[in-house]
Write a protein that binds this ligand. Structure first.
Ligand code: OGA
Ligand code: NI
Length: 365
């Protein structure tokens, strides 16, 4: 495998391997959450149990229908809706995106089956310290930090030189083919969304494609086993996605994604087969703050395991990132400095997830 040139730090990623598998914990000690997973008071989540307490994105005009984008009489209105969602939320959901439902069903099934394999099998794909792909937990940056109630499998898809089949499970049957097919569909959709985002900002449709160069695409399957005390733990701590665009398949049956806006956490009501789209930190930089990156987290469920599948799409490692000159003027001075993408990635992985504060510390002027 070719190693990317991430600079001189030998500790890129800095995740420790000594972290226990949460699937095993949930099995062996189901009545008690070990102290290392119990969040401090301020970070403990509110669990929205009742469906009426879920945040209905349809009512909030943040559902984009790709089939309408294809119709001349609806296109402009749909793009305006998307622009407003990106400005106000940094978040929207996409329906009628063209990815076959059968493929979505299969990728979710094989994802769940992978995490249900015996530990030894999963451990043969373990994330190594400093690496970006494999099975385990990322963002474990210190021995005494509180841990999240979940495990993940991360796989880099692009640049294809970094696609390392040693980390691609051979079980369950069909895993590799399905993940490849799904990521091919997602790459297409990401390209379409980026062209629409460019259009919504009156930029050339290929603006992002050109700026991204040798684009980075990584898939992460997140698996959150049931937890006896969902009010004490987080499946995934509050963070903003580091990339330009995240395309996330939620679990249709088990809500768990919470987004933060106006000082309030809201649990996103799943829409079957929809993809949740976040405009990430790199999009916030490139649009000079016009489109926001939203802080979000995942909570756990008392009875049911939850799987989500995120695909993260970003510029190539060596690309220079900065606000689009077209979006800077006297009324909109540049909010961000220019930097090399991999320098930011390294900073993000090294400091761990702290909402958005470390992003602003790194990128703001
Ligand atoms: C992520 C993420 C949320 C979820 O993977 O970055 O925010 O619902 N996941 O699992
Ligand atoms: Ni995220």
């Amino acid at each position: 495998m070719v190693s990317p040139d991430f600079g001189s730090s030998p500790n890129w990623g800095r995740s420790l391997i000594s972290v226990e598998s949460v699937e095993e914990l949930a099995k062996t000690n189901p009545q008690q959450v070990p102290d290392r997973y119990v969040k401090i008071d301020e970070e403990r989540p509110e669990i929205f149990e009742s469906p009426i307490d879920l945040f209905d994105t349809e009512k909030n005009n943040t559902v984009i229908d790709m089939s309408k984008i294809a119709q001349a009489q609806h296109r402009d209105e749909e793009i305006r809706k998307m622009a407003k969602a990106c400005e106000e939320w940094g978040f929207f959901q996409v329906v009628n995106h063209g990815i076959p439902h059968s493929l979505i069903d299969t990728v979710k099934r094989i994802g769940k089956e992978f995490f249900q394999l015996p530990l030894e099998k999963k451990q043969s794909y373990s994330l190594r310290p400093g690496d970006l792909q494999g099975y385990g937990q990322t963002f474990v940056v210190s021995e005494n930090q509180k841990l999240d109630w979940g495990n993940l499998l991360g796989l880099i898809m692009y640049p294809s030189e970094l696609r390392d089949l040693n980390f691609w499970p051979t079980e369950p049957a069909g895993f590799r083919e399905t993940v490849y097919a799904y990521n091919t569909e997602i790459k297409k959709l990401a390209g379409q969304l980026l062209a629409l985002i460019a259009e919504s900002l009156h930029l050339q449709p290929d603006f992002f494609e050109k700026k991204f160069g040798n684009a980075y695409q990584k898939m992460r399957m997140n698996y959150y086993p049931p937890c006896v005390s969902p009010d004490l733990v987080l499946g995934l701590s509050a963070h903003a996605d580091m990339v330009a665009l995240t395309l996330l398949l939620q679990d249709d049956e088990v809500p768990g994604l919470q987004i933060h806006k106006d000082d309030q956490w809201r649990s996103v009501k799943p829409i079957p087969y929809a993809l949740v789209i976040n405009t990430g930190n790199m999009m916030e930089v490139m649009t000079n703050g016009r489109y926001k990156s939203i802080v979000h987290r995942a909570v756990t469920n008392k009875e049911k395991a939850r799987l989500s599948i995120g695909v993260f799409y970003a510029p190539g490692f060596t690309e220079k990132i900065g606000p689009a000159p077209e979006l800077i003027d006297d009324n909109h001075p540049s909010l961000f400095r220019k930097f090399i993408h991999q320098d930011y990635m390294q900073d993000y992985y090294t400091r761990g997830t702290k909402g958005k504060s470390s992003f602003y510390e790194f990128a703001s002027i």
